[in-house]
Design a protein. Structure first.
Length: 245
């Protein structure tokens, strides 16, 4: 097994709140500068830029895991990851169809740019991506499982779009194996406030929307190979795998 540095929560130019400077080359350059081995582009409710960032990652010997940030009916953000691109795309198509039919307002929310490897604009997503699915958290979790993915709450220390912020507590079901925390999260303070979070494996990531924030938060994975399956096993500490965040 070996150690990998991972930043699993980064937004591309497709997220309306993402800076237009979050181009494939810029993201890859920043990841290399900060010695990150594994990353994931987790745009809100869409994977339409995955292929481009994946191709750029391969060119630069980085591992790009397929991911997405799901916004559930309760306005909870879950990060979902897939080893099989076919499964991930199938999941994202169903999620897209479950989004409320609201058009994006670029002037208010920002452009949702579908980009190519050489920064060429391939198109614009017109459905508002900062929007909720009609799926509840339970339903979203079940869908991720159905498509052989792995998911956990994105940023449990955040004052909005986290389970605690929306529900006031973390329910027993679904049985998350990990909890995401943001770059600035102070774990001791978090545990003092919510002692039951000590029962979870924490995964820290940057949630970068701007180039300067890439790798501002990351985790170290001790795993066999850089796959979602291995990360999932590391969350449960199987056979010596571990996560430091
Ligand atoms: Zn979020
Ligand atoms: Zn995010």
């Amino acid at each position: 097994m070996k150690w990998f540095n991972a930043d699993l929560h980064i937004h591309s130019v497709l997220s309306p709140c993402g800076d237009l400077g979050m181009s494939p080359q810029t993201i890859v350059d920043k990841l290399i500068e900060h010695k990150i081995d594994i990353f994931s582009i987790t745009d809100h409710n869409s994977m339409k830029n995955f292929d481009t960032y994946y191709e750029k990652a391969v060119e630069n010997n980085l591992i790009c895991i397929m991911g997405i940030e799901v916004q559930t009916q309760e306005e909870i953000h879950l990060l979902a990851f897939f080893d099989s691109h076919e499964d991930g795309y199938a999941f994202s198509r169903e999620l897209y169809d479950s989004l409320l039919p609201i058009q994006n307002d670029p002037e208010f929310f920002g452009d949702q740019v579908i980009i190519g490897v050489n920064d060429e604009i391939l198109g614009f997503e017109e459905k508002a991506l900062i929007n909720s699915s009609i799926w509840s958290m339970d339903e979203a979790y079940a869908k991720v499982e159905e498509f052989n993915g792995f998911c956990y709450p994105a940023h449990e220390d955040a004052s909005s779009f986290s389970i605690i912020a929306q529900l006031g507590f973390i329910p027993q079901h679904p049985n998350f194996q990990a909890i995401g925390i943001s770059a600035k999260c102070n774990k001791e303070k978090l545990f003092t406030k919510y002692p039951n979070l000590k029962n979870y494996t924490l995964i820290r990531s940057s949630d970068a929307h701007y180039p300067q924030d890439i790798a501002s938060g990351f985790s170290k994975f001790f795993i066999n190979e850089p796959t979602v399956d291995e990360i999932k096993k590391a969350c449960s500490g199987i056979d010596g795998r571990m996560i430091i965040s």
